[in-house]
Ligand binder design. Structure first.
Ligand SMILES: [Zn+2]
Length: 308
């Protein structure tokens, strides 16, 4: 129980950046979880998208198993269990973490203690096993090492398939994208994809460069999902509403366009400060700059993630 208080936030720099980052970085402290309801959106006979606080969850329930993708913040665990109990009497057999961030892995301890087998990329176990500092380009959040019960028991370097509930659920690693440990989950039968935080639907992405993410890796990950998706594919993003292929394509185009612009500014010899001051995202900010990650943070994260 020594890690019962896993999140401390240290805000560097300005109040503006504090506001920008708190919603995501320090949500566990800033939010009143008692008011949050888990909403379950049924996508087909066996699959749901669950929305509460923190990252969106995916749930597969059928004759073989209860399979959960991500588990939000630790205080949400009782509500997550209640939401699943409203769908099935069975307990959760598998939890798959799309990456290590605390707004996606907080329920691991509670679910692991009840017997769920936690599955994630190799680097998720490595990062959850030690203290982490997550940088948002201007502020940081500290994520303390997890307890043993919260750690993934099965770790995957590349890809893994679950043959459950009448279909193949295929999880595959996309290198250096949101972090260095992202898994994307493809429900092949149901034509549903859960992208974790590789995809923020409707806002600038958080690229956790300090934890091995990169803009190029994000774009490559988008291309992999665009290649397997059709016009009817439902795409669960890490944050934001349920999406489709067209929304993913728009996000991919935004990121590719802005990464290229920012890279050109860097090549022209500008300092990071000068690139930010040039406002290279200005014509996109009204649409994409209203989420967790503000335009200046996004520009700096892309700069941090460009090849040196
Ligand atoms: Zn994340």
């Amino acid at each position: 129980m020594k890690n019962h208080q896993p999140i401390r936030c240290s805000v560097m720099r300005s109040a503006a950046l504090l506001l920008a980052g708190l919603a995501l970085a320090c949500g566990a402290l800033a939010q009143d979880f008692s008011k949050i309801e888990i909403k379950a959106e049924k996508l087909n006979d066996t699959t749901w998208m669950l929305v509460g606080a923190g990252g969106n969850m995916g749930l597969s329930v059928g004759e073989d198993a209860v399979f959960l993708i991500d588990d939000q913040y630790a205080p949400m665990a009782p509500k997550i269990k209640a939401a699943i109990a409203a769908i099935t009497k069975k307990s959760v057999q598998f939890v798959l973490n799309t990456h290590f961030h605390f707004d996606h892995t907080g329920g691991n301890e509670a679910l692991g203690k009840e017997g769920a087998l936690i599955v994630a990329h190799d680097n998720v176990r490595r990062r959850l096993s030690a203290d982490q500092v997550i940088s948002f380009a201007g502020n940081t959040a500290r994520q303390a090492a997890s307890s043993k019960a919260a750690l993934p028991v099965v770790t995957v370097p590349g890809a893994i398939s679950f043959h459950i509930n009448g279909e193949e659920v295929h999880a595959f690693h996309v290198p250096a994208a949101h972090t260095d440990g992202d898994l994307i989950v493809h429900f092949k039968g149901g034509d549903i994809v859960h992208m974790g935080d590789v995809f923020f639907n409707g806002s600038y992405p958080f690229i956790d460069v300090g934890s091995g993410g990169s803009p190029q890796g994000m774009i490559a990950a988008f291309d992999r999902v665009l290649a397997l998706a059709g016009d009817k594919t439902r795409i669960i993003p890490g944050h934001g509403p349920l999406a489709d292929k067209a929304a993913l394509q728009r996000t991919r185009d935004m990121l590719a366009t802005l990464t290229q612009r920012i890279a050109e500014q860097r090549r022209s010899g500008k300092t990071d400060e000068q690139v930010r001051a040039a406002k290279p995202t200005a014509d996109h900010d009204a649409v994409w700059g209203q989420g967790f990650i503000k335009p200046d943070q996004f520009v700096q994260l892309v700069l941090n993630g460009l090849p040196k």
